[in-house]
Ligand binder design. Structure first.
Ligand code: NAD
Length: 262
């Protein structure tokens, strides 16, 4: 296997990662926005990111002001349009292959784009730490709201959506800055990293807390830690293997060449 994707500063090769994957039985993948860039969903921190063009609206501001809620919804629909029709990429499909082989214990993701589910990964393997942008929910009663009717009403009235069932505020099912983390997802993520033998962190700058702690916890619990990201991350010094390659290329090579130990 020719390893053309690595730049200086990386430790380990695609071949090293491939044999690690082959030897591992309980793999946890931890993904960030970088796995979805080849699908046309921009990441958060790379230069020119559209997510950074306007200041993210913190949760307390969303709930405090009707005007802020209207602004948040208008911005959300604009962002949704920018990645409408995105399909899973090679990284998502590689993770799905690990699941098909029975080697994936869990997928912990910071992503909100639903592309892991779209790749066919079983829902019970997916742990979403920052929610999901493809639907909305009522902050008061928790009822799920689909975006098509929410958007139609917003565009017709200009009003921030309210829940049909209880009149509560409706918000995208994503976790905003300052909003509490989803308890069940956090519990499942802790459980997953307590029991994995290989943690692969893919496409994350690993700076958003508390999510970015999970790869470090896995390592502390005895798992091998691999990082695939084109830029350095704060966890590189504790990783067993760091690949600074293109995610789609690296992950596809891994699953195309892996031989799983029986
Ligand atoms: P980030 O933007 O902070 O980091 C992404 C990393 O991926 C960067 O270091 C970048 O260099 C790397 N990268 C991008 N494309 C790559 C490629 N093809 N190959 C290799 N590396 C690549 O993202 P984060 O760490 O996930 O944190 C951002 C936050 O924003 C998360 O909380 C997430 O919820 C949210 N977000 C999600 C999406 C999404 O769902 N796709 C998109 C933008 C932001």
């Amino acid at each position: 296997m020719v390893n053309t994707d690595l730049t200086s500063g990386a430790t380990g090769t695609v071949q090293d990662l491939t044999s690690l994957v082959g030897r591992s039985r309980r793999i946890v993948a931890f993904t960030g926005a970088g796995i979805s860039t080849e699908c046309g969903v921009p990441d958060f921190r790379s230069p020119g990111s559209p997510w950074m063009r306007t200041r993210p609206i913190p949760f307390d501001e969303f709930v405090a002001s009707d005007a802020v809620r209207r602004r948040a919804w208008a911005h959300k629909f604009e962002m949704d349009d920018s990645w409408r029709g995105a399909k899973p990429g090679r990284g998502h499909l590689a993770i799905r292959r690990l699941a098909d082989e029975g080697r994936l214990a869990a997928l912990i993701t910071q992503n909100i784009d639903n592309l892991h589910q779209d790749s066919g990964l079983p829902a019970d393997l997916v742990i979403e730490l920052h929610g999901n942008a493809t639907y909305a929910g009522c902050l008061a009663c928790g009822m799920r709201h689909e975006l098509v009717p929410v958007r139609a009403r917003f565009e017709a009235t200009g009003e921030a959506p309210a829940c049909d069932a209880c009149g509560g505020m409706v918000k995208s099912a994503t976790v905003s800055f300052g909003q509490s983390m989803p308890e069940e997802a956090m519990r499942r993520a802790h459980e997953a990293v307590a029991a994995c033998d290989l943690m692969i962190a893919i496409g994350s700058s690993l700076v958003v807390q508390p999510a970015a702690r999970f790869p470090a916890i896995a390592k502390k619990n005895g798992a091998v830690l691999a990082i695939v990201n084109r830029e350095p991350t704060p966890l590189d010094p504790i990783a067993d293997i760091v690949l600074r390659g293109d995610i789609g290329t690296v992950m596809q090579q891994v699953v195309d060449n892996v031989r799983f130990a029986s």
